[in-house]
Design a protein around this ligand. Structure first.
Ligand code: LLP
Length: 433
């Protein structure tokens, strides 16, 4: 096992994912390629759903935050597993629709939904819209009335806490482009406004405190603040929220230094916290919604590359260049995110080589990682980067006109293409001559 039980090695000394030989997968599907272990995603969905139902009650609903990895097939998997989804754009809504995802289980997010987005969501019959601000609330109300609908909504609230994570992915602070702050009075003001409108019906509140969080304490802070807010709203307006969406954010193990999280146990703890908080604040236990993205899909993924140049600069460092890079995984360039890499075709050899793994773009910052421990690499080797299921494909670009890598789903010894590799024709598809 390497990081997670589904990453292992076989008798040939090759890295396997879900029991399948990654070197054979690279040969069959080419590189770079994202490989996803479907059983891991399904198992994570089941863990969240059964723990949420066991600890929050039968009406609890985990949503898959599909910004983490969005393509038609994933919405099918999530629909089959009985979760809802969080979509943040017209494009994600469209992809979910393409998969016939049940619209009533969609929560539509975003800090700046356009009128066209809102109309699209209403026409699709999206179950819940998480309203981010006053103008959006007014626009939604007007469009809903025009279409003769009454839309269920939640209001996004910023509880104003620091989940001790990377600043760029910290979204629950007061100083944020997202949501309505409690301390400034804006949260209560938008609540009153929502209650006064006929085109929307307010069910409750949403908050999201950040991402790649390992501690439960920030969730305690968030839940306590949100439940006290529910109580304050009740005192001020007589409206008692029936739904509380606590967002996503639980972390994953990218390297041996990250500890693993038992998600079922974390959900049990969060449930206890919410129950205590509700009692303390004197409000009824709301229906609780969780919104994990990363923790459902990250660990399922591995990206396979072919090693090209291996350059050793005496007195400086070693560069190992692969046939992908920041276009398929921008997370080191953006956040300095750490990953575990290995040479898949010699996975049992000692990792006694240190290298900067670089991509193939004309840009010095195009790196997958620095100081990465690897087996001594050679041109033609297959280099694997583990835990790339979240925020890799979904953040991919065509920088340097590199076609996007395919997604290959593996399950029970079989592999199938879920998203085919882009071609050069795809790259010019929208160009006018
Ligand atoms: N709900 C809301 C409202 C969110 O904004 C997010 C993530 C999630 C749920 C899911 O959070 P998760 O469970 O995946 O932590 N691109 C960054 C991550 C940005 C996360 C943005 N919001 C990265 O690559 O680390």
């Amino acid at each position: 096992m390497i990081l997670y039980p589904h990453f292992d090695t076989n008798a040939a000394g090759h890295l396997t994912v879900g029991g399948m030989d990654t070197v054979a997968l690279a040969r069959e599907f080419g590189t770079p390629a994202y490989i996803l272990d479907e059983n891991v995603i399904r198992q994570n969905c089941r863990t969240y759903l059964s723990a949420a139902r066991a600890h929050f009650g039968e009406n609890a609903l985990p949503l898959y935050a599909s910004k983490a990895l969005s393509f038609t097939g994933i919405y099918r998997i999530v629909a089959e597993e009985g979760l809802g989804i969080d979509c943040v754009s017209g494009g994600e809504l469209y992809t979910a629709k393409n998969a016939d995802f049940p619209a009533e289980r969609i929560y539509f997010h975003g800090n700046n939904k356009t009128d066209a987005d809102l109309r699209q969501a209403l026409l699709m019959g999206v179950g819940t819209i998480v309203v981010d601000g006053m103008e959006e609330l007014e626009a939604l109300d007007a469009i809903a009335r025009e279409l003769g609908k009454t839309q269920k909504i939640l209001l996004r609230i910023t509880p104003g806490i620091d989940p001790h994570t990377h600043r760029a992915i910290m979204t629950g602070n007061v100083d944020s482009k997202f949501g309505n702050a409690i301390v400034t009075g804006q949260a209560l003001a938008i609540t009153k406004k929502a209650l006064s409108l006929g085109g929307v019906v307010l069910a409750g509140f949403h908050c999201h405190i950040g991402s790649q969080i390992f501690d439960i304490e920030p969730f305690r802070d968030a839940a306590d603040i949100m439940l006290k807010f529910i109580a304050d709203v009740k005192a001020a307006t007589n409206f008692e929220a029936t739904e509380l969406n606590l967002g996503g954010g639980l972390g994953v193990r990218y390297t041996e230094d990250d500890r693993g999280i038992d998600y079922a146990d974390a959900i049990a703890k969060i449930a206890e916290i919410v129950r205590e908080g509700a009692k303390k604040s004197g409000v009824a236990m709301p229906r609780v919604i969780l919104e994990p993205g990363r923790s459902l899909v990250a660990a399922a993924g591995v990206t396979l590359y072919t090693v090209g140049s291996v350059k050793e600069i005496p007195g400086f460092r070693n560069y190992v260049s692969v046939d992908g890079g920041m276009p398929d995984n921008p997370r080191y360039a953006l956040y300095g995110s750490q990953y575990t890499a290995l040479i898949a075709n010699r996975a049992n050899d000692p990792k006694d080589y240190r290298a900067t793994v670089a991509g193939r773009c004309c840009e010095s910052g195009d790196l997958i990682g620095e100081g990465m421990a690897l087996q001594a690499p050679r041109r033609g080797d297959i280099l694997a980067v583990l835990c790339t299921g979240a925020y890799n494909y979904s953040m991919a670009s065509n920088y340097n006109r590199l076609p996007r890598a395919p997604i290959v789903l593996v399950k029970d010894g079989k592999a199938k293409i879920a998203v085919r590799r882009e071609s050069y024709e795809d790259l010019v598809r929208c160009d006018q001559k």
